[in-house]
Design a protein around this ligand. Structure first.
Ligand code: GLC
Length: 432
């Protein structure tokens, strides 16, 4: 019967693998993929697309590169790759392309998202064991990513402090995280705001950001628009300017992965290498190993933010050279999730800001699990493997939802969520 059970298990798994592929294909439009097939997100999103491209690489490399190329085709002249590309002029999303009023050939938002794309591209290229000649075929792509990452250094750290800023909570990708509560509380809501939300009609209201959050998101956005999204001005003038540990961790890893790729096309850059060292030394200082606490910096209000968020542990993904910092990060991460049924809550469930069902204020997100897993697998194999298995089990039980409760495993938000399907595939098909 043991043999029968393992046969049954394998069959279930292979049917879910097929379902994951189908989910991605169904969400696919011409050369890019929507985050879900519901009306919630009718456009192309920056980091979603990177995760989706990784998912495709497990069964259709052509789709994978099409996804990446379409995302990069929205790059601005200054180098930024926007957080949303509106390929179709759909008015069903708020704020829609008219409300942003920017982009060049392709309408877009005027802000960006975590540049995980560089790291995803490296993983694909390494896994497929591309030869130097094959990598050269992607030279243009790699150079555009270089321009993107250099944009961050130039415009998001104009004083070369070694840490880059985000200028809107949406840039982090974890929109209504308690990390932003303090800086957001300082933002005076514009009078006579006019916008109509649709998200909370599609998904249960109690699982989405509050009205006051949206009022502030739109207020910040309108202000950026009034500044014509001029990157030289935004850093100094935005109503929101935060150095986030998670974002800087993803950025540092992106720089390292870009540096790796540049070698193959003979375009190594010494100024990039220098920034990597600076960024790493400054990032480490945001983690207090003794107290096991992280510090985000609210530059706008000259104060710090200390919230136990899973995104702080993205530092593990950066592959820091300092072994004792890594050891302490792992120790704190184990403490962070001890007693939890499902990993990882986006906010420590013992913290006062934790909300079991509200979006980025507590629920489990598959992309966070994947990022942490990637960071752990070369540092603590058994812990990493435990996360891989738990994530696979949760997704197999509840399918490809947008997020899940860490208490009950309840699946929430959108159904047929692309990155949950893509990263499930990646977890199942790439055991390291
Ligand atoms: C939400 C999420 C963001 C994601 C987007 C599309 O805005 O917070 O991380 O990229 O939806 O899925």
């Amino acid at each position: 019967s043991k043999r029968f059970n393992s046969w049954k298990c394998k069959r279930i798994m292979s049917s879910i693998i097929e379902f994951a592929k189908k989910t991605l294909i169904n969400n696919r439009r011409s050369n890019y993929t929507l985050p879900t097939n519901t009306k919630l997100y009718p456009a192309q999103w920056n980091w979603d697309s990177a995760f989706i491209a990784l998912g495709y690489s497990n069964f259709n490399l052509d789709y994978s590169f099409k996804e990446i190329e379409t995302l990069i085709s929205g790059q601005w002249d200054d180098g930024m790759i926007p957080h949303i590309l509106f390929h179709i002029k759909d008015l069903n999303y708020t704020p829609n392309y008219k409300a942003w009023n920017c982009g060049r050939k392709i309408s877009s938002s005027g802000i960006t998202q975590p540049p995980i794309l560089a790291s995803i591209l490296r993983i694909i290229i390494e896994r497929k064991k591309f030869s130097k000649e094959e990598i050269k075929k992607y030279q243009t792509l790699i150079l555009k990513i270089k321009k993107y990452l250099e944009w961050f250094i130039r415009y998001r750290d104009p004083k070369r402090t070694g840490l880059i800023s985000i200028l809107h909570p949406w840039e982090s990708g974890y929109d209504n995280s308690p990390l932003w509560d303090k800086p957001m509380s300082k933002i005076k809501i514009e009078s006579k705001l006019k916008y109509k939300r649709k998200d909370n009609k599609i998904v249960e209201k109690s699982q989405r950001p509050l009205k006051i959050d949206y009022d502030r998101y739109v207020t910040i956005k309108n202000h950026l628009r009034r500044l014509n999204y001029d990157p030289k001005k935004l850093y100094y003038k935005s109503k929101f300017n935060v150095v986030d540990v998670g974002f800087n961790s993803l950025f540092l890893k992106a720089l390292k992965d870009l540096d790796f790729l540049l070698k193959f096309i003979g375009k190594s850059s010494s100024s990039l290498k220098k920034y990597i060292l600076l960024n790493e030394s400054k990032l480490i200082k945001l983690f207090n190993s003794k107290k096991m606490k992280f510090k985000n910096k609210d530059l706008k209000n000259d104060t710090s933010i200390e919230i136990p968020s899973i995104t702080n542990f993205f530092m593990l993904f950066s592959d820091l050279k300092n072994k004792s910092v890594n050891k302490n990060l792992i120790k704190s991460l184990k403490k962070y999730c001890k007693n939890e049924n499902y990993l990882f809550p986006s906010i420590n469930s013992r913290h006062k800001s934790f909300e079991e069902k509200r979006y980025w204020r507590g629920p489990v997100w598959i992309n966070c699990n994947w990022i942490i897993y990637q960071g752990l697998k070369n540092k603590d194999k058994s812990f990493a493997e435990m996360i891989r298995k738990k994530t696979i089990n949760l997704v197999e039980k509840k399918k490809f939802r947008e997020y899940y409760s860490c208490k009950s495993g309840l699946g929430m938000g959108a159904k047929n969520f692309s990155w949950s399907a893509a990263l499930y595939l990646d977890f199942v098909l790439n055991r390291s």
